[in-house]
Write a protein that binds this ligand. Structure first.
Ligand code: SF4
Length: 382
């Protein structure tokens, strides 16, 4: 009985839609494809620090880091993170601020908070054992379908798909007829197809081989078809143009930022645990909203004074605007307008809240601060 990767469907539909044909009929070269790809992988695989063994903790950390960051950029962060938190237990016991600090520079700090929360849950409720089954992994914070599939297959060799952007691109090029079919495949259909494409017992290697093929050979711009081990199976070989990425529309925001100084120290506050830059330290920041605030300096200055007085009881004198900076988040383009300010309070003030500090520029590095705010901090040092 051949594997159907779309089950329970009428036979006549399969004639119209290649996605509904049993995989062994649709892709009879499957065994040869598996052999060729695995042979290529055995000699060409990328040398990555989380691949040295199948340690589930190391793979879990790497997959969280890789969610939004390129492999080459992740490697040094991964090695430093593992030196700071060599085991899942070490990570679960670490203070949140130390974990955020170790993540500093990679951005997308929600990943660090979720990884830390997942480590705590595993140690507290699951006897320190990372689950091997995808459905159990999906119950942990920060693990979506791809990350859960990657951990389950790479660390535990479970027969589940791990279709990232690289793998999806390889599949789209191997089987371009998909896009011509009446209904192009959704994520679930692609996952099911991959699960039937994986050879028994070699899930970890095969999934990584597909990832490496996409990362090194079947690259987005001008795929290297002449070097491709699976070119004889590929309907697109030599005829693929550049992969066009959809252009994301960014939300425009203008921030007024107060660099409040007193006796050589600057006022820092810690963000709330939710929203943009959650849990990180920053100079007080106001998102300018209405026409008055956006129209020029008076509006921005008034918004900052109101914010500092309303939230911290701090009176300030705004002395000078500094050079504007900009920063791109995944969904926001922020124009940052920093102002050098003086505290009008007689003393530094002892704030009861844990979320504010007076800090000298030479000590900024002790706090987890976003890359956007580091650009502003550099203005002080300069
Ligand atoms: Fe990609 Fe070219 Fe290989 Fe096809 S032959 S999988 S397009 S690199």
């Amino acid at each position: 009985m051949p594997h159907l990767w779309c089950t329970g469907l009428e036979v006549h539909q399969s004639l119209l839609n290649p996605l509904l044909i049993p995989i062994d009929d649709f892709f009879p070269e499957k065994p040869a494809f598996q052999r060729v790809l695995l042979r290529w992988y055995s000699t060409h695989q990328r040398d990555l620090p989380w691949r040295k063994d199948r340690n589930p903790y190391r793979i879990l950390v790497s997959e969280f880091m890789l969610q939004q960051t390129r492999v080459e950029a992740v490697v040094p962060y991964f090695e430093r993170f593992l030196r700071l938190f060599p085991t899942l237990k070490d990570l679960s016991r670490a203070p949140r601020q130390k974990v955020l600090k170790a993540w500093e520079g990679m951005g997308y700090y929600a990943r660090a908070r979720n990884l830390h929360a997942a480590a705590k849950i595993i140690c507290r409720d699951l006897h320190n054992r990372i689950p091997s089954v995808k459905e159990e992994l999906l119950k942990l914070p920060g693990l979506g379908s791809y990350t859960a599939g990657a951990v389950s297959s790479l660390a535990f060799n479970q027969r589940v798909a791990a279709v990232d952007g690289n793998v999806r691109r390889v599949l789209n090029r191997l089987f371009p007829q998909w896009s011509d079919s009446p209904k192009s495949p959704g994520k679930k259909e692609i996952d099911r197809f991959m699960e039937h494409l994986i050879p028994a017992g070699r899930v970890s290697e095969f999934n990584q081989a597909m990832m490496d093929l996409g990362a090194m050979v079947c690259i987005p711009l001008r795929p290297r078809c002449s070097l491709c081990p699976v070119q004889k199976f590929c309907a697109s070989r030599g005829g693929v143009g550049e992969e066009k990425k959809p252009v994301k529309k960014l939300r425009e925001e203008t921030w007024a930022i107060a660099l409040v100084e007193k006796e050589g120290l600057f006022f820092l506050q810690r963000n709330q645990e939710k929203g943009l830059l959650a849990g990180l330290w920053q100079f007080p920041r106001v998102v300018l909203k209405n026409n008055y605030e956006m129209s020029g300096e008076p509006g921005a200055k008034a918004a900052l004074k109101k914010y500092l007085w309303g939230n911290f009881g701090l009176r300030i004198k705004i002395e000078a605007p500094l050079a504007e900076e900009e920063y791109f988040f995944t969904h926001i383009h922020a124009t940052m307008k920093p102002y050098l300010c003086r505290s009008m309070e007689r003393q530094l003030g002892s704030f009861a809240a844990k979320n504010v500090r007076w800090v000298g520029p030479s000590h900024f590095h002790r706090y987890p601060i976003s890359t956007a705010m580091k650009k502003i901090a550099a203005l002080i040092k300069n």
